[in-house]
Design a protein around this ligand. Sequence first.
Ligand SMILES: O=C[C@H](O)[C@H](O)[C@H](O)COP(=O)(O)O
Length: 232
Amino acid sequence: MDMDALKRQAAARALEEVRDGMKLGLGTGSTAKHFVELLGDKVRAGMKVIGVPTSEATRADAIRCGVPLTTLDEIDHLDLTIDGADEIDPALNLIKGGGGALLREKIVAAASDRMIVIADDSKWVDVLGRFPLPVEVIPFGLAATQAAMARAFTDAGVSGQMVIRKGKDGHAFVTDGGHWIIDAHLGRIGDPPRLAGLLSVIPGVVEHGLFIGLGSVAVLAGAQGIRVVERR
Ligand SMILES: O=C[C@H](O)[C@H](O)[C@H](O)COP(=O)(O)O
């Protein structure tokens, strides 16, 4: 079975957790896009839900699929967020932000009672860090921010190259919030909560792609079927 079919299976399994009347966080990326499409089918069949998109891309998908939308200005609390991930470890710590949506994704996940992470099982890892860690930064003072990030990496016992993400046009990739992304190639992150804490206090860092304690359940689709892992 191809990867895309697995992503859709994970999305379909997560959809079983959605109940009439729920306020939903709608994730970003190729897996979350399947969820939005399947949710659109349910809405057309009469299900009443409302969603908060985590990116402009997801907003456009949700509108196309007929999913009613609101914002976290109009409501301050969500029942459930369904989103993809770039890596998931056994504690359900995540790396997110491969698509550059990590800031809104984290705000939405943090405003939700529960977050279901949907993925094909290639995203499941023993230790986070093979996928470069996205860190959203303010362009102002970039060298100073990178120096502070390097010190945080040393304190957390990791090291690796920092690469400013480029867009298709060859210029710096700009997030929905108008910021840049530094992809940190760290290899292995032995203590994700510690690194998350160290990065969070750097002034030029807007947000980082380590999601600690936010994922409630992971739905992983693989060749052998679907595995549902709950955070302990
Ligand atoms: O910024 C993007 C998000 O964090 C995505 O949820 C993540 O990159 C996974 O995307 P995909 O489902 O396309 O692998």
